[in-house]
Design a protein around this ligand. Structure first.
Ligand SMILES: Cc1cc2nc3c(=O)[nH]c(=O)nc-3n(C[C@H](O)[C@H](O)[C@H](O)COP(=O)(O)OP(=O)(O)OC[C@H]3O[C@@H](n4cnc5c(N)ncnc54)[C@H](O)[C@@H]3O)c2cc1C
Length: 417
């Protein structure tokens, strides 16, 4: 069967549309009626479905989980069991939707409009684990790990960053030593999204020698002896997404669980970083759209000063107009780069550019929204202060904006004029 986004609506129940993909594998009537051979055909319906779910189910819990600094695991699981947005880029033969990077951008944008922190956990699971595993694993590992993470019963994550190696990722110190049918893994990972809840992780390590500049990737399980979750970080934003240290102490990883060839993990890591950067950029677009909507409504309908709506004042108009124009420009770039992205068509320059432009834009727009709302913007009654705190992470995670500048300059040295 062709890869496609197969949906059969089985009811709206006054809430989000339930989609039923598994049936498409067995029910040929449903399949033929709903099979999309071109992912672009599915994009409008996907956006409508996710927007409806995000605005009715994700938005309502965002402030509570931000204040509690807790992750809403039940709602997260329903993204798989109910909404069906795990495995978007995985072909139907492996239980996914057979869609593309644009579909990922749509979902990240729509969910971030409601709750960027919850969406960060989605990104770690969907992009850093599910997409990464599908693209880089053999069929045996795909069949072992994809069903649980696509139906939402299992949570995934990815461990690249270490306490002493972030931007300088090839300086990582986790080491894997071969012992018969296993590698013995020792080391730690820092700032790992979904660390406390994760069942499966893709991790990067060096074989034998911590000084080498080559890395190898593995898929591991948190239930294995030798896997420990350390301190959960307390953060300024993205509070509804858990971030933790992971420790590996003589963790026995079967040789069959190596993803890359030995010492050849860099290519797969870089390939996945491109879609990560574009989806982080999409999160920025979602945050900025929400902030723009809030500031427009406030200035044009809700708040008056000196007998006029705030939008009558030129300085307020400037904040709104520049936010709109910058968001529109960033949005166009992010969707353009996403439409070109494919595991076999690398675009490091485009992905870094989209992330750099969109994340800086979101910080400016969120800050402008606070300014337009004045004291109310600084308080929690409106979501814009949370949006600014969340937006700042997007200039750091998945490679800092300084790293994006460094990468863009390096790529331009070799790019054709
Ligand atoms: C909430 C959160 C979630 C995260 N989730 C994950 C995850 O799931 N998995 C994962 O592996 N990682 C994750 N990270 C880690 C994130 O990717 C790193 O924080 C990021 O790559 C930066 O690394 P660092 O924090 O070690 O900063 P450093 O690399 O120490 O950088 C510190 C500063 O120095 C600058 N700098 C460093 N090198 C250069 C250079 N050559 N030129 C110019 N400036 C430079 C940086 O831009 C930055 O401003 C997460 C981080 C956070 C905060």
């Amino acid at each position: 069967m062709k890869a496609g986004w197969n949906t059969a609506r089985i009811g709206t129940l006054g809430g989000p549309i339930l989609i039923y993909r598994a049936a498409c594998l067995v029910n040929t009537d449903i399949m033929s009626a709903n099979l999309y051979t071109d992912p672009a055909q599915a994009h409008p319906e996907l956006r409508e479905m996710v927007r409806s779910f995000a605005r009715s189910r994700i938005e309502e819990q965002a402030r509570h989980y931000d204040e509690k600094e807790a992750f809403n695991l039940d709602l997260f699981r329903s993204l798989g069991s109910e909404l069906g947005v795990f495995g978007l880029t995985v072909p139907a033969e492996f239980g996914g939707s057979g869609l593309d990077a644009v579909a990922e951008v749509i979902v990240h944008e729509e969910m971030s409009y409601a709750d960027a922190a919850f969406t960060l956990s989605y990104l770690a699971h969907e992009v850093l684990f599910v997409n990464n595993l599908y693209v880089n694993a053999n069929d045996e590992l795909r069949r072992q790990y994809l069903p649980g993470v696509i139906n939402g019963s299992k949570v995934g994550g990815m461990g690249m960053t270490e306490p002493a190696a972030g931007t300088d990722v090839l300086g990582l110190q986790t080491v894997a030593v071969r012992d018969g049918d296993y590698y013995i893994l020792n080391g730690s990972k820092q700032f790992i999204t979904n660390g406390p809840e994760g069942d499966f992780f893709i991790v990067y390590a060096k074989l034998d020698d911590r000084d080498r500049r080559e890395i190898t990737s593995f898929v591991i399980e948190s239930a294995w002896d030798g896997f420990k979750v350390g301190k959960k970080e307390q953060k300024m934003g993205m509070k509804a997404s858990s971030t933790a240290v992971l420790y590996f102490e003589d963790l026995k990883v079967p040789v069959t669980h190596r993803l890359s060839a030995e010492n050849e993990g860099v290519t797969s890591m870089m390939r996945n970083l491109e879609i990560e950067r574009v989806t982080l950029a999409a999160q920025s677009i979602g945050i900025a759209s929400r902030c723009l909507d809030v500031m427009r409504k406030y200035a044009m309908e809700e708040r008056s000063a000196f007998g006029k709506h705030l939008s009558a004042f030129g300085q307020i108009q400037r904040l709104i107009a520049e936010s709109y124009a910058e968001l529109a420009a960033a949005r166009a770039l992010v969707y353009q780069i996403a439409s070109q992205l494919h595991p076999e068509r690398r675009n490091s320059l485009g992905a870094a550019s989209a992330k750099l432009i969109a994340t800086n834009m979101a910080e400016r727009v969120a800050r402008s929204a606070i300014q337009v709302l004045g004291g109310y913007g600084y308080c929690r009654e409106y979501p814009v202060e949370r949006m600014l705190r969340d937006a700042i992470l997007l200039s750091i995670g998945g490679g800092t904006n300084e790293a994006m500048q460094k990468n863009i300059a390096a790529d331009l040295r070799t790019a054709a004029p």
